[in-house]
Design a binder for this molecule. Sequence first.
Ligand code: KG4
Ligand code: ZN
Length: 338
Amino acid sequence: MTRILAIETSCDETACAVLEDGRALLASVIASQMDIHARYGGVFPEVASRQHVLSITPVIEQTLARAGLTLAEVDAIAATRGPGLAGSLVVGLNAAKGLALGSGKPLIGVNHLEGHIYSAWLHEANQQNPPPAPQFPLLALLVSGGHTELNLMRNHLDYQRLGATRDDAAGEAFDKVARLLGLPYPGGPAIEIAARQGNAQAFNFPRAWLDDSLNFSFSGLKTAVLREVRRLEAEKQPLPIADLAASFQAAVIDVLFTKTLQAARQHQVKEIVIGGGVSANQALRAAFLGQNEFKLHIPPLKYCTDNAAMIAAAGYYRYSLGHLAPLAIDVLPTWPLS
Ligand code: KG4
Ligand code: ZN
């Protein structure tokens, strides 16, 4: 049996988790800074790194206590090495280095994006009949605040990028459009809630198909929403927030869903994995759950947004394949998956 303790501090969540054999989650603790950053309408990098400094040790101690383990009982220490905010990544990686140095356990540097993909492998340690693990080859759709991409995985840790956004990430588009509509940060959940009362056909917002390529573009959609808001404001009409949110959300999901299925067909895979903060969106989940052409793996809601359990899952496969890191590694604020 192999236990990985993992740390995640790439953005505004300080998180730690302990995982057994790549899938069974013993403990996961997340200290969120959301309320602090909501005041600024987005993540304030220097505030984020200093909050990580305050939270990291209690979060690690709480995780081990919840798992009922000591550091001596874990096999390796994983941490997110990138991509993310440099000042935030440094706190988690250095904490992991300290634990590795003090305990003599190996260090593993994990890519945050692969973590989001590996969240599809997670289940609770005490869960009866856990779902089967994803099988390769598979198509992974990663939709977060910083990234939107499609990867073909033929094996563990093997990523072939088939397409990615040319401008805004899907989550970024949600956040920017939320701001336009006067909704709070983070925008994704706020848009989802507003959209529930709205008509998704009220506005016919553009879908960027990009000549059938597997790339994405969301900045034109964001501009289209802005133009509509300006037009309504100029006409002194009240903003139909729910209809705007629902129509915008439908346009994003339409493109994500259609291109993911197109990629899966082109590459003849049988399974699709979805990860990243936007995969928490119920309308997006419903679209994918509504098809039965491909076997779908979507993480439970609490593992869609940033957490350390997913870093432990990816860390386990890195550890199993001998991808250990020397203690001298630096953070990688920009670190493409493939
Ligand atoms: O994966 P994540 O927690 O952090 C990054 O690695 O970026 O993703 C955060 C992003 C934010 O843009 C947030 O607005 C979006 O995910 N998000 C959602 C929802 N929950 C979070 N977008 C749409 N619907 C949601 N329910
Ligand atoms: Zn993330």
